[in-house]
Design a protein around this ligand. Structure first.
Ligand code: CP3
Length: 359
């Protein structure tokens, strides 16, 4: 708790920490394609989910949203995987759904079910009413970044993030999680003009949000396109790629990671964006991904289910993956977020296997 104590940090406490002052900058160097002496590793969704220490913090508050708006607790749960699992980066504890909320579309997080939007976007009027001036509404995230950056004291880089425009659009139309996102896709066919208007507004808000995260301490940012897999390639090219491109082009101060789950069809196009890193899910063969993404760093892609296996299997599967990616231009991760019922000792062992791997 102490290390996240709420004093108002002085500007110089956390801003413009020269990368050379960072004790472990492997992730940033790998993202930029620079030489590393060992492979950096972190896990998507490492903050929260698997740690008993997270559950203790979580049960001390009244619901997920109370936690997401509490900078001191955010700092604490963001640091937990760094302290307990020894990962090479911290990812700020937050959620992709803070953007719709800041644009004017409120959500609730229903216990053991997931997000729900009481009101969804259905008309021109609804889109017109959304604001893109989101920064004033997200001060709690920026304060969390400042506190966390200061508490990390340069130990490892701090990752900022946002949902991709298509994924955020999906929630704003559908109002909740879905296997098919058929309501969201329906708008692509029935009112593509309105769909583009909404995607454009989400993109404008997201760029401002990521830039402000960087000003407040994020050393690198990841864009999560979790529901890319419900789109065909042609739809992705029309309704998602232009907005990913815009984000990657706008963020120049720090490296950018694009992660589109189940979108194996888009690797060649991602390789032509300004992004530094392309995240991969486990359905993509490392060699096939390398062939399509020359010049980019790759991140991924162990099946999160491997962490259910015994340690010998975790070691075998992880080392096989490390070998196929090769040691440079590579960030080790899972192919999606760690599953909540994974034993954290197994997650910790996965991290150790990667960090012990000799290049
Ligand atoms: O990576 C991290 O550890 C940082 C924190 C983080 C959370 N959500 C915390 C969270 C991140 C990066 C996210 C991103 C996110 N949120 C995504 C994209 C990543 C992905 O998995 O594809 C998506 C689709 C969401 C939307 C969302 N938030 C859902 C569907 C749910 C409910 C189910 C679940 O656990 O995923 C959430 C809630 C949420 N976000 C929790 C956490 C730790 C669990 C809530 C709780 O503790 O009660």
């Amino acid at each position: 708790m102490l290390k996240c104590g709420l004093k108002t940090p002085v500007f110089s406490d956390f801003l413009n920490v020269d990368i050379k002052e960072m004790k472990n900058d492997l992730l940033i160097r790998a993202a930029k394609g620079e030489q590393v002496e060992r492979i950096p590793v972190w896990m998507m969704r490492q903050a929260g989910r698997i740690l008993p220490e997270y559950r203790a913090v979580r049960s001390s508050v009244n619901g997920f949203k109370e936690l997401v708006k509490n900078p001191e607790l955010i700092c604490e749960v963001t640091l937990q995987p760094v302290d307990i699992l020894g990962v090479d980066a911290a990812i700020i504890f937050s959620d992709i759904l803070v953007i719709p909320e800041a644009m004017g579309l409120n959500y609730e997080m229903i216990e053991s079910k997931g997000p729900n939007f009481p009101k969804t976007i259905t008309s021109e009027q609804d889109v017109a009413e959304l604001t893109t001036d989101v920064i004033p509404n997200l001060e709690y995230v920026f304060e969390s970044l400042r506190l966390t950056k200061s508490a990390l004291n340069g130990r490892v880089p701090l990752i900022g993030f946002a949902g991709a425009p298509w994924t955020i659009f999906s929630y704003m139309i559908e109002g909740k999680g879905s296997k098919t996102f058929s309501q969201a896709k329906k708008m692509l066919y029935t009112n593509p003009v309105l769909a583009h208007q909404l995607l454009d507004k989400i993109t404008t808000a997201t760029i401002a949000y990521l830039q402000e995260q960087i000003k407040n301490g994020a050393d690198i940012v990841q864009v999560f396109d979790s529901w890319a897999g419900v789109l065909s390639k042609a739809q992705y090219v029309e309704f998602a790629l232009p907005y990913m491109n815009r984000i990657a082009a706008a963020i120049t101060a720090v490296p950018v990671i694009l992660f589109a789950k189940d979108a194996h069809y888009i690797l060649t196009e991602f390789a032509q964006t300004n992004a530094n890193v392309i995240g991969l899910d486990w359905t993509i063969e490392p060699a096939a991904a390398r062939a399509q993404t020359k010049g980019k760093t790759l991140q991924g892609n162990l099946d999160p289910c491997v962490l259910y296996a015994d340690k010998a299997t975790i070691k075998k599967e992880t080392e096989k993956m490390l070998q196929s990616f090769g040691g440079q231009q590579y960030i080790c991760n899972l192919g999606h977020g760690v599953y909540p019922d994974v034993n954290f000792e197994h997650a910790k062992y996965f991290i150790e296997v990667v960090q012990d791997y000799k290049l």
